[in-house]
Ligand binder design. Structure first.
Ligand code: ADP
Ligand code: MG
Length: 248
């Protein structure tokens, strides 16, 4: 059985893409087959952070009927990517059934794979639809009022449609794991008080200069800064995701 994990945030620039590509690498290191889907389809970033330049993108599949198998690009053994396009407005407001078909086809092509969707910022119908199609959701946020407000907005919408279950917070750019847990507690308290439902926690990611350096080098942390604390944090989150799967 494949698993589909949506990585979202509400607000942009909080570390979704960085988390997605490094989590993909960490899961692959642990022996999982992984597919990254750049669901920030019109403003794709994942391939940039991975330092690859695929020739075809999801635009070729959606708009030009190129088979998905030709568009999906192999990064290394056990790690593939469905690249997004850059600056293509045609991909921004896709009909929801096109997204359902895409997700269905991806799952059929990649059985026994962890599929990570790097979801675009904002609470568009398209983003929320993709998140609801996923079986697990990670909400990345930083300790700033705008990020907290926007991620709470996403949690509220997920709660309303009955999808807050199997949704986990990932506080990013925290000073230490203790602070990460505190930020989680704050947000979980909001959910319990106003939505009457808790949200899950898989761990936080430290603020780490190596993250910025690795992005500039266009290399995942595992190959550029394997001793960084952010890489350690992400590896721990990957372990929890796998254990959670085995526990079911
Ligand atoms: N843990 C971290 N430590 C330091 N900087 C970070 C961290 N996470 C993200 N960043 C910074 O935030 C920027 C935005 O990250 P990105 O993954 O592109 O966000 P998003 O996909 O949510 O828009 C990165 O380019 C990096 O400079
Ligand atoms: Mg991004």
């Amino acid at each position: 059985m494949s698993r589909q994990i949506g990585i979202c945030s509400g607000k942009g620039g909080v570390g979704k893409t960085f988390t997605c590509i490094n989590l993909a690498q960490a899961l692959q290191d642990l022996g999982e087959k992984v597919l990254i889907v750049d669901a920030d389809m019109g403003l794709a970033n994942a391939q940039l952070m991975l330092g690859i330049s695929p020739e075809l993108t999801v635009a070729d599949y959606v708009l030009r009927d190129i088979p998905l198998t030709d568009v999906i690009s192999n990064i290394k053994e056990g790690l593939d990517i469905l690249p997004g396009a850059s600056g293509d407005t045609n991909l921004v407001n896709l009909p929801l059934n096109t997204l359902s078909d895409l997700s269905y086809e991806i799952v059929n092509l990649f059985p026994d794979t962890i599929i990570l969707f790097d979801i675009a910022a904002g609470i568009s119908d398209q983003n929320m639809h993709l998140l609801r199609l996923c079986d697990t959701r990670l909400v990345v946020f930083v300790d700033e009022p705008t990020s907290i407000a926007d991620s709470y907005g996403v949690l509220k919408l997920l709660h309303r449609s009955g999808h807050l279950d199997k949704t986990y917070l990932v506080p990013n750019q925290v000073s230490n794991p203790g602070d990460g847990k505190k930020f989680y507690d704050k947000m979980n308290h909001l959910c319990l008080s106003f939505l009457g439902e808790p949200v899950g926690f898989l761990g936080s990611i430290d603020e780490d200069d190596d993250v910025k350096l690795s992005i500039r080098k266009r290399k995942p942390l595992a190959s550029s800064y394997p001793n960084s604390s952010a890489w350690y944090n992400i590896s721990k989150i990957a372990e929890k995701i796998i254990n959670q799967n085995e526990g079911e």
